[in-house]
Write a protein that binds this ligand. Structure first.
Ligand code: AMP
Length: 405
């Protein structure tokens, strides 16, 4: 079991919490504060237990000096301060005297948020490249490091792996919850276990398919992805999105697991990629100039029969171009069907999580992961480096490099 924030005496200690404050911002305003809200439990625990709380996070990508302007975490400090009901001091630096002085002057229960860790990427990708010196430096600013940014835990960065390799560390409540939900679902699934995969491309999810097809009872495939599978079966998918490099992979999967991989029997097509009304067509009726933008009504019914008999569902990727009003039906109906299942229902972050929210179903699932890429990595069966590095409870605390989840 990984060490958690609860395994430490935080009183009077400088505690860095790596959060995921990578929130959408438009015209200087946060448009969705979910990620900040999700971080509150760990932050409040640290405050209540008398820590000096130093928060860090990345925000978007920062490649050059001009990117800094729109990628400051200052607005997050304001939002957080409102949510916590206490002052959050924003330090517009990622290293240096100003930050160090602010930390040394902290009193118990005070909160500091430092500037976007990716500002360190301008000069040689030090954050994203896990520059060893940067990890050592950030670790020197704290007594205890808590990683609570699940969304970046599949990446080895200075602000997660780098720090955790150099100071006592544990995970926060958000990561704990993600692991508690996702690991048993893969390692000991309730059966029948159905995986629903959609989204744009097969190439992004090859390893997920390879791993989950062995574990799941059924894999329902919709979204842009299904076109490559249908083409592999010999259907004409017209001008639909197809991953030509992966047709052989799809063929292999279909040959090996003919009863597990369930493909659409009809699709909604349009003659261009546009939010205008489409035509519901059987998969053998699609013409050269047509492209599929959603699963069809017969497919929705077919998928619902598998969903209804499942005791556990993992869903990643929308069934169609749900951003278009005319092509949201498949995703919406599958969302509705999955949310009615009496069993474990998990959405693996990303666009399917946005869809569930958009359609008002977000409270109706057992778990919606906060990390699209990180949950996909777990579904691929790989360990997450930023969690891997956290010691287990029984480990010698001076031995910082650690163990599998
Ligand atoms: P992903 O990030 O791989 O889950 O892909 C999500 C994206 O897939 C969404 O923006 C959808 O619009 C897109 N998508 C879903 N179905 C289709 C489709 N049939 N054709 C093209 N794009 C699609």
């Amino acid at each position: 079991m990984k060490k958690t924030i609860k395994d430490f005496d935080l009183k009077g200690k400088r505690v860095i919490i790596r959060c995921d404050f990578n929130v959408p911002i438009k015209d200087g305003k946060i448009t969705d504060n979910t990620r900040i809200v999700e971080s509150l439990k760990t932050i409040k625990y640290a405050i209540t237990n008398g820590a000096k709380v130093i928060l860090m996070s990345h925000l978007g990508k920062v490649k050059e000096e001009s990117d800094k302007k729109n990628k400051s975490l200052k607005c997050v400090a304001l939002e957080l301060s409102k949510l916590l009901g206490q002052k959050v001091t924003f330090i517009n630096e990622t290293k240096g005297k100003k930050l160090e002085d602010a930390i040394s002057n902290m009193k118990e229960k005070e909160v500091i948020l430092m500037e976007n860790t990716r500002f360190e990427d301008i000069d040689g990708k030090k954050e994203s490249g896990n520059d060893p010196e940067l990890g050592v430096y950030w670790a020197s600013l704290c007594d205890i490091f808590i990683n609570d940014a699940f969304g970046t835990s599949h990446r080895s960065h200075a602000s997660n792996v780098g720090i955790a390799s150099n100071v006592e560390s544990g995970i926060g409540f958000l990561i704990q919850k993600e692991l508690d939900m996702l690991l048993p679902a893969i390692n000991k699934p309730d059966r029948p276990f159905t995986v629903i995969l959609g989204g744009a491309k097969v190439s992004d999810k090859i390893k997920v398919i390879e791993n989950l097809v062995e574990i799941a009872d059924y894999i329902l495939i919709g979204g842009g992805m299904c076109n490559t599978f249908l083409k592999a079966e010999g259907y004409n998918v017209g001008s639909s999105l197809v991953d030509n490099d992966n047709i052989d992979f799809c063929k292999r999967m279909l040959d090996k697991y003919p009863n597990k991989i369930i493909l659409p029997i009809d699709l909604v097509v349009n003659d261009e990629y546009k939010d205008t009304k489409g035509v519901n067509k059987l998969i053998n009726e699609i013409e050269d100039e047509e492209m599929s933008l959603d699963i069809g009504s017969k497919t929705i019914e077919l998928f619902k029969t598998y969903i209804a008999k499942s005791k556990q569902i993992i869903w990643n990727g929308p069934m169609g171009v749900f951003e278009f009003k005319n092509y949201e039906k498949g995703t919406k109906e599958i969302c509705d069907a999955v949310s009615s299942v009496k069993g474990k229902t998990i959405i693996g972050g990303g666009d399917s999580a946005s869809a569930a929210k958009k359609f008002g179903y977000d409270e109706k699932f057992t778990h919606i992961s906060t990390g699209g890429g990180a949950s996909l990595a777990l579904f691929e069966g790989v360990t997450l480096p930023a969690i891997d590095v956290i010691p287990n409870v029984e480990d010698d605390v001076t031995n910082f490099k650690k163990k599998t989840i």
